[in-house]
Design a protein around this ligand. Structure first.
Ligand code: 5GP
Ligand code: MG
Ligand code: MG
Length: 184
């Protein structure tokens, strides 16, 4: 299927490629300032964070190393439960490292909350979070997302790394799905 056919599946575009890029410039500048002189380790959460990791890390002037984790949260359908299983762990020893978790989106925050305590138990110098997007429910859990790209409405979004049934991840923008997609 051609990418342009997917246009019919998108109800409306929430964030354009240009908007995302401009915001990532600002986030990268902040991260550069905060981690000046420090040895930074970026930890991406597969698979959704692939786009934001690639685009954010390339905007940094700070030398950073990169590692990846894959986790699966047990839950009913689209809601996460906070019970998390590690599918792929880090290759890197976190002892005394400055860790920045790079995430696509924070919704309930349950996955990140679990990940934070897991990574903090490994003796890092610091652990912070950068997320491309945050939804309103994220305020219900007590996690401090240091760098937030965009606060978005409580809608299910796809694109820019985010999927519906593994589709739409390679759209360069973020949009909502048309109802007919769920119905078929
Ligand atoms: P949370 O634990 O914060 O509820 O969400 C964890 C994960 O659920 C996110 O990292 C993301 O992969 C997925 N997720 C949350 N909201 C959305 C959404 O609107 N669209 C898509 N495609 N995935 C989402
Ligand atoms: Mg994610
Ligand atoms: Mg998904």
């Amino acid at each position: 299927m051609d990418l342009s056919d997917i246009g019919n599946d998108i109800d409306h575009v929430l964030l354009t490629e240009e908007q995302i890029g401009a915001r990532l410039d600002e986030m990268a500048a902040q991260i550069d300032a905060d981690y000046a002189g420090k040895d930074l380790l970026l930890v991406g959460v597969l698979k959704g964070a692939v786009m934001v990791m690639a685009d954010l890390s390339r905007r940094l002037h700070t030398a950073a190393t990169m590692d990846w984790m894959a986790v699966s949260s047990y839950g009913s359908g689209t809601k996460s439960s906070g019970v998390v299983r590690i599918l792929k762990d880090l290759d890197t020893d976190l002892t005394d490292r400055h860790v920045l978790i790079v995430e696509d989106i924070v919704d309930s925050g349950l996955t990140l909350s679990w990940l934070l305590s897991n990574l903090r138990s490994r003796g890092p110098a610091s652990v912070e979070i950068a997320a491309a997007m945050r939804k309103p429910d994220a305020v219900k859990v007590d996690i401090d997302v240091r760098y937030v790209g965009f606060d978005i409405p409580n809608e299910f979004v796809v694109g820019y790394g985010l999927d519906y049934a593994e589709k739409y991840r390679n759209l360069p923008f973020v949009g909502t799905l048309a109802p007919h997609v769920y119905e078929r």
